[in-house]
Design a protein around this ligand. Structure first.
Ligand SMILES: Nc1ncnc2c1ncn2[C@@H]1O[C@H](COP(=O)(O)OP(=O)(O)OP(=O)(O)O)[C@@H](O)[C@H]1O
Ligand SMILES: [Mg+2]
Length: 256
């Protein structure tokens, strides 16, 4: 059960630090004794079977889910119930979901401006300038005046990434960002994520795109039944997995 392959980042330059995290949904113990330290600029891929707690873990990091035990510190701010602190943490943490979660009644440009004008209180013109900069970066600036429903899944997901980047977060969390996409659209989203990684963004990404993990991850984390079972750099993780559960999982997703 204990973590065997270890590659924990040093705690002193940690962007995210999780210690002794436990969470329950009612009687169900969904996260068990999670310890995790993520260094600034580190890129982490989290994988594991369905129901193992991957989404719950990353959602705890920006308080979309509440935890009952343990400590979460993001960029020096300790998570508490205090709304101001939660807001402070959320300002630093961008999140991209499986189903994009764009506002359907707002244009692409407005989707990218709304948090800037409402949360950051930026003037509209400045918000638009930032929005266009990031829409450019995800190569979708030409669609700025369309509505999400007029875009393909891959395009919507790139807008969702741009929207998160507009807040200039220190950390980006991705929860299976490509798993709702048709195969031909996966690459355009992964390409944007690879560029983001190469630019030095601290990233935690729940994904089963093992090619992506091999290309950009500094560390792959395998979760099962609410625990971190194993973590290692991709080379070690894929070629020398230690636990039987990791081996079984890899054989299922890699087909050998
Ligand atoms: N709001 C909730 N209330 C009760 N149980 C929940 C809730 N959300 C998730 N769970 C349960 O917690 C467990 C972990 O869920 P979670 O969504 O974190 O898993 P996951 O690893 O992200 O799975 P998947 O790969 O299917 O997305 C599952 O058994 C799930 O049914
Ligand atoms: Mg999930």
């Amino acid at each position: 059960m204990a973590t065997t392959n270890t590659a924990s980042a040093p705690a002193d330059d940690a962007m995210i630090s999780v210690e002794g995290l436990n969470k329950w949904y009612g009687d169900f113990h969904v996260l068990r004794d999670i310890d995790l330290s993520v260094a600034k600029g580190e890129r982490i891929v989290i994988c594991g079977p369905s129901g193992s707690g991957k989404s719950t873990l990353i959602r705890c990091l920006n308080h979309l889910e509440e935890h009952q035990q343990g400590r979460i510190v993001v960029d020096g701010v300790t998570m508490t119930q205090d709304v101001k602190r939660i807001e402070q943490i959320r300002r630093n943490v961008g999140m991209v979901f499986q189903h994009f979660n764009l506002f359907p009644h707002l244009s692409v440009l407005d989707n990218c401006c709304i948090s800037q004008t409402w949360v950051q209180k930026k003037p509209r013109a400045e918000a638009e300038k930032t929005a266009m900069e990031f829409l450019e970066r995800v190569r979708i600036a030409d669609q700025a005046h369309k509505y999400p429903g007029q875009l393909s899944g891959g395009q919507q997901q790139r807008v969702a990434i741009a929207r998160a980047l507009c807040m200039r977060p220190e950390v980006m969390l991705f929860d299976e960002p490509t798993s709702a996409l048709d195969p031909e659209m996966i690459k355009e989203v992964l390409d944007v994520m690879v560029e983001l990684a190469q630019d030095g963004m601290t990233m935690l990404c729940v994904t089963h795109e093992m090619g992506f993990a091999k290309t950009v991850a500094d560390r792959v984390i395998f979760m099962d039944q609410g625990q971190i079972i194993e973590q290692a750099p991709p080379e070690t993780f894929f070629n020398h997995p230690e636990s039987d559960r990791t081996k079984l999982f890899l054989s299922q997703i890699l087909g050998h």
